[in-house]
Design a protein around this ligand. Structure first.
Ligand code: B3K
Ligand code: ZN
Length: 850
């Protein structure tokens, strides 16, 4: 439990730490209930800070056994959050011994145990639960670590230096902040490989897993090798230690962690075999392995001065992993997926009570700010910078960044300065992307007279919490013009919009062109433009920009659905024939066709309606989506059946993007066909599938049409021994439960003996699955709200981080009708009133309630 009245931390109050650290030596005597941590830290005064004869160290939940300075016992004043003591004027050596109980650590922050294995998670402020230390990213030091235990494998950061029976020693020569510290000890086996860097360094690569899982590491190792090579080729960055270790852990609060030389991963993002992992799992493994590896330069070698600068490492590293995935797979498909994700998570956040700038200015619990805004919008901001300065300018600026700041803890000001110095551009206005929250709306009006097309653009950002006035931002707008006969009249060009209004004119010799705006989604804005269904269908058929082609189809589907929901209209033949054209176009990448065929999700539609000033009715949205799927299936059943058969590629499963795209299109066709064939094909596919993508896809199709009871039972029998697959089993039943039964089904599943709610993956699978079932979550009785609140109240004392994160289920509460608002509010107030609620959840619920 944390402090009762937590204090907010402000960016404006940053002060450097009183001391610098020249060296850290740590010894761990591991024991589940009484691990001893012995530290020896060489401090000296920080010339950048005001001189201080006092040392303040962070520390939480530690039992202090002894403390010395320069070998002599020292008096310390210990509180719940740290200790203070008097220190000599110059350099000195601090030594302390503390005791901690990793087996009791259910928060999974600091040193904890997972299935008999010791592991750590220190970002953001977990190191203070390991020993007394200035636990802040701007204090960097080289570490020597000795681990003592009777477990066979003992790992820490850096390179191994010595080992013997019952102990191992590690040395990390690279100065690092405490949040990158890691330690692992357990009965583990390695799946190993090697990589020689462009600098000629021979690196041993190991993926450490529990015995029995070593056959599921090939893909992660391959992704690691490809990441290492890519970072050398594209950014000129080589790896800098003799070993790179990755450990898979079952109990983990998030995806993975970039600790120097010792990445720790949620096992979900390491372990894969064709039978147990879907194409999506493989794609995520590739992306997350790359992300954590790329942090070695963007995050570790150059880190953040303070946690307000989190986007400095996260936005940039997401941008880099997106570039990597685009290069490994289809760049167009990757871009569409990134935008889908941005809109589903970040636009949703930006539009509600949790909106905050990419660089926030205050926080109570920093773990609450590992958000879509910091990560995904942070990546978009870098994409815009790259567009503005061009590829050459971008890589020149990055080279300067690595040269100038290697080994430092930096700020967004440092980051923007390298772009200014490398390219000569003034980025003062651009910087607003870091400080202004909210998604800009771009209103577009077009008129055509004589031979001239005039496009009036106006930007406007609605008020967000704490920011009522908004200033115009720099918006890079990529666009092109298409001739009515379908050919491109003006290829992709860029204008920089930096005022509230911009007018573009084009002389077009009498033909009225169709404008393709915001190509490649060149800025994270919402375009408000009245376009006829004909124009959208035209862009879907002819745009040369694949993103905008997809976007046109998406907008068309949204218009149809909104018409169905608000006016009771039906899907017209234009829309259906546009879909048919896409489906029949063999020249189009199957992955693209699959995305173009998918309908917007229910949450997305709810947001669209709310944006248009309407109150979304979850049942009506659900009904319209079902109805439209049925209409598509009925109208296109022939071509869908042909597609389903044509995409059945024989041969063994391979996880590459091309094969995955074919399977994706096949599953999209199956989902629609199931609405008219009673699930016949899906049932057959479920039985015959030799890989998880097809098995799970078939089960999803069945559940979507209210079938699949027998298959759910079969699936359990087949996979009850596999934790990660069982997560899918829980998740699917919650996500695709009929809305009126969802709360009941989830309640029942939560009584299942395999519902190990203390495991974050399992908890998220079931409770997060219900949250992803929009109509089920918002079912009129409010039972789902109640159930989720009950579970969050139960989880919070054990694992505040995961509980707090999941309160965002309620962040959209103001979108809905008065009854639902009242029920969600009551659920939130009940959470807020839970005795001893964590600082994490207290902050979140407070902000959501507003
Ligand atoms: N840096 C970690 C996230 C840490 C989250 C702390 N609550 C993983 C990543 O972004 O790569
Ligand atoms: Zn990251």
């Amino acid at each position: 439990m944390k402090d009762a009245a937590p204090q907010a931390v402000h960016l404006s109050e940053y002060r450097p730490f009183s001391h610098l650290i020249d060296h850290v030596a740590l010894t761990f005597r591991l024991s589940p209930q009484g691990t001893r941590v012995i530290s020896k830290i060489a401090f000296r005064p920080n010339p950048e800070a005001a001189p201080s004869r006092e040392l303040k160290l962070d520390g939480e939940q530690l039992k202090l056994i002894s403390a010395r300075i320069d070998g002599r016992p020292v008096n310390t004043e210990v509180t719940e959050t740290g200790l203070t003591c008097a220190v000599p004027e110059g350099a000195f050596v601090w030594e302390a011994e503390v005791e901690i109980a990793p087996a009791d650590n259910t928060a999974l922050e600091g040193l904890y145990m997972s299935n008999g294995m010791y592991c750590t998670q220190c970002e953001a402020e977990g190191f203070r639960k390991i020993t007394y230390y200035p636990d802040r990213p701007d204090v960097m030091a080289p570490f020597d670590v000795r681990v003592e235990s009777d477990l066979p494998v003992m790992l820490s950061n850096g390179n191994p230096t010595a080992q013997g029976k019952g102990w191992a020693e590690w040395h990390d020569p690279w100065r690092k902040p405490a949040y990158l510290f890691a330690l692992v000890a357990g009965d583990l086996v390695a799946h190993s490989g090697r990589f020689t860097t462009m600098e000629g360094r021979d690196v041993a690569l190991n993926i450490w897993v529990r015995p029995g899982d070593e056959g599921k590491c090939d893909y992660a190792l391959d992704a690691l090798i490809r990441s290492m090579k890519w970072d050398e080729e594209v950014y000129g960055r080589a790896y800098d230690l003799d070993v790179f270790n990755i450990v898979a852990v079952d109990d983990f609060n998030m995806g993975a962690m970039e600790n120097k030389g010792l990445n720790i991963f949620n096992s979900k993002y390491v372990l894969a075999s064709p039978e147990t992992a879907t194409d999506r799992d493989y794609e995520l493994i590739e992306g997350i392995i790359a992300h954590e590896y790329f942090h070695n330069w963007t995050g570790n070698r150059i880190t953040c001065r303070d946690w307000f600068q989190l986007c400095l490492k996260e936005g940039l590293t997401v941008f880099r992993d997106q570039q990597f995935s685009g290069d490994m797979r289809s760049a167009a498909v990757k871009r569409i997926e990134s935008v889908l994700q941005l809109r589903a998570r970040q636009f949703r956040e930006d539009n509600g009570p949790l909106a905050h700038p990419v660089r926030p200015e205050s926080y109570i619990e920093i773990n609450n700010f590992y958000t879509a805004t910091v990560y995904e919008k942070g990546a978009e901001v870098i994409g815009m910078l790259k567009r503005l300065v061009g590829d050459e300018g971008y890589y020149k600026a990055l080279d300067l960044y690595f040269d100038r700041h290697d080994g430092q803890a930096c700020t967004i000001e440092d980051w923007l300065k390298v772009f200014e110095d490398a390219t000569g551009r003034d980025l003062a206005q651009f910087k607003r992307w870091y400080s202004q929250s909210g998604t800009p709306r771009l209103h577009v009006e077009e008129s055509f007279e004589g031979s001239r097309l005039t496009v009036r653009l106006r930007q406007e950002t609605p008020p967000t919490p704490g920011q009522s006035e908004k200033l115009p931002q720099v918006i890079p707008l990529a666009f092109g013009l298409l001739h009515p006969d379908g050919h491109e009249m003006v290829g992709t060009q860029m204008v920089e919009m930096d005022e509230v209004e911009t007018v573009l004119t084009f002389d077009t010799e009498g033909v009225r062109p169709v404008l393709s705006l915001l190509r490649g989604f060149s800025a994270p804005v919402i375009v408000e433009r009245d376009l006829t269904a004909e124009d959208r269908a035209f862009l879907l058929a002819h745009d040369t920009d694949p993103f905008n082609r997809w976007e046109a189809g998406r907008a068309l589907a949204k218009d149809v659905l909104v018409g169905m929901i608000t006016k009771g209209s039906v899907a017209g033949p234009d829309y259906l024939s546009a879909l048919e054209q896409v489906l029949r176009d063999d020249g189009l990448d199957p992955a693209f066709r699959s995305l173009a065929l998918a309908l917007p999700g229910e949450d997305d539609l709810a947001q669209t309606l709310a944006d248009g000033g309407m109150t979304p009715d979850p049942a009506a949205i659900h009904g319209a989506r079902r109805k439209l799927s049925l209409a598509i299936a009925q109208h296109l059943s022939g071509v869908l059946a042909d597609t389903y058969d044509a995409m059945d590629v024989p041969g063994p499963y391979t996880p590459d993007a091309k094969a995955a795209g074919v399977r994706a299109l096949r599953l999209t066709a199956l989902g629609l066909l199931s609405r008219v064939d009673g699930g016949r094909r899906a049932a057959r596919q479920f039985q015959q599938a030799d890989n998880m993508t097809e098995q799970l896809g078939a089960l999803t199709a069945l559940l979507t049409i209210g079938e699949g009871g027998a298959q759910v039972a079969d699936f359990y029998r087949q996979w009850s021994h596999d934790r990660l697959v069982l997560d899918k089993w829980f998740n699917l039943q919650a996500m695709y439960a009929p809305p009126e039964d969802a709360a009941g089904i989830v309640e029942k599943l939560s009584q299942h003996p395999d519902f190990d709610w203390r495991n974050p993956n399992r908890f998220r699978s079931l409770i997060g699955g219900l949250a992803a079932n929009h109509a089920g979550l918002h079912e009129a009785s409010g039972e789902s709200y109640e159930l989720i609140a009950d579970w969050l109240i139960r989880l919070d004392p054990k694992n505040p981080q995961t509980a707090a994160r999941m309160t965002t289920i309620f962040e959209t509460w103001r979108r809905y009708d008065a009854d639902r608002q009242q029920m969600m509010r009551a659920a939130l107030e009940r959470i807020a009133a839970a005795p001893g609620l964590s600082r994490d959840s207290t902050e979140m619920v407070g902000r959501i309630l507003g």
